[in-house]
Design a protein around this ligand. Structure first.
Ligand code: PLP
Length: 386
């Protein structure tokens, strides 16, 4: 049989190494899986009910590419209330998830011959989107500090940019590191991007999962309407809606018109009745989010208390997102070690290497789980890592 060619850069994309570990888990009974980036709570009922009511009203038809007017207005209200940001409706586009928002942004902003600078270690999907478009990924790694925290060297980001660079991707708060850029760092990135005419793609899906402050510094408040800045957000993490596939973009009006077109060619628009759930999440969800973040803060404390005394482990105290990303001294192959831990301790963790070479030597534990489940997992992990 003659097989017609498939684009080479698509074939070269690697599958997720986290999924690879999970495949190796088949047949292990009583495994506690903390490898994926999602909470273990069902979406709260006030959000589910709003979608059910939309279905009952017959909201099953095509809608606008940019999202329903109701959801776009709710996003505008949410950004005003939470960030004090006044964002015109023509800067808001609803997407079918944060990932869809990243992909559409990358499709519109980079192509063959272009390069994009990605600050890592980071969840690898955005750089895979860049590679899928045939552009070059230039990774600038955060620098590990002696206490296990991560630091951005802005000069290295600047040095990585040249005439081919169209985009800088920053994910703060970051998956897997929990690194949170300061407002000064975001301002410095913006000044650099403005001076060089480079887009910033800011992935802020963990922007509300912060411990001690109401939200992470955001380009929503720092960028002017005409700045070449795209802010991506998602309902997945903050409102426990991973399966809904719903997110949004804030961008300059000139770009949202183009996003609207690309949305038509990707998914046409986010699911109509899911968007009704999104309105409820934004308009009625503040108490829910506060409770969720409080619980995650307790979980972060528990994981830190149990793992930080271990002599081989270097773990920073998590201040944002819902991951413990810790170094294990002497571990050189995080993939093999994660598989070994799965068999020995019956706990599933993500290998640091899944987030690029700078993640090697680390493991990622998602603590968005009940405290009882986490305690059981830690009872197994502590002796195994000791
Ligand atoms: C950093 C980061 N960005 C974006 C996403 C995408 O989220 P979703 O596509 O569920 O909205 C994730 C999900 O894990 C993430 O960790």
């Amino acid at each position: 049989m003659t097989v017609a060619p498939i684009r080479r850069n698509i074939l070269a994309l690697t599958a997720s190494r986290i999924r690879e570990v999970t495949l190796a888990a088949r047949g292990i009974d009583d495994l506690i899986a903390l490898w994926f980036g999602e909470g273990d709570e069902v979406t709260p009922s006030f959000i589910r009910d709003a979608a059910v009511e939309a279905l009952a009203r017959g909201e099953t038809f095509y809608g606008p590419n940019r999202g329903t007017p109701e959801l776009r207005a709710a996003i505008q209200r949410y950004l005003r209330r939470t960030y004090g940001a006044e964002i015109d409706l023509d800067r808001i586009v609803v997407t079918a998830s944060g990932m869809n928002a990243l992909m559409i942004s990358v499709q519109c902003l980079v192509g063959h011959g272009d390069s994009a600078v990605v600050i890592g270690p980071v969840w690898p999907n955005a750089e895979n989107a860049i590679a899928a478009m045939g552009a070059e990924v230039r990774k600038v790694e955060l620098e590990p500090q002696p206490d296990g925290a991560w630091r951005l060297d802005l000069e290295r980001v600047i040095d990585a940019c040249d005439a081919t660079t169209k985009l800088i991707i920053v994910n703060s708060p970051g998956n897997p590191t929990g690194w949170m850029a300061s407002e000064a760092e975001l301002r410095a990135l913006l000044a650099h991007a403005r001076a060089r005419g480079i887009w910033i793609l800011s992935d802020e899906v963990y922007g509300r999962i912060t411990y001690g402050v109401p939200h992470a510094p955001s380009f929503v408040t720092l960028a002017e309407p005409g700045d070449a800045v795209v802010v991506v957000n998602s309902f997945s993490k903050t409102w426990s809606m991973t399966g809904w596939r719903l997110g949004w973009i804030v961008a300059p009006p000139e770009l949202t018109v183009v996003f609207e077109k690309m949305t038509e060619f990707n998914v046409s628009h986010a699911t109509t009745f899911a968007q009704a759930g999104g309105v409820a999440a934004l308009d009625q969800g503040d108490a829910y989010v506060a409770g969720l973040v409080k619980r995650y803060a307790e979980a972060a404390e528990l994981v830190y208390e149990r793992l930080s005394p271990l002599p081989r482990v270097r773990i920073p105290k998590p201040h944002s997102a819902f991951y413990a990303f810790f170094r294990v001294d002497g571990m050189t192959d995080s993939f093999a070690y994660a598989v070994e831990l799965m068999h020995r301790a019956k706990v599933g963790l993500a290998p640091g290497a899944a987030f690029g070479p700078a993640g090697e030597g680390h493991l990622r534990l998602c603590f968005a789980a009940s405290l009882s489940k986490l305690s059981r997992a830690l009872d197994r992990l502590v002796p195994a890592l000791g």
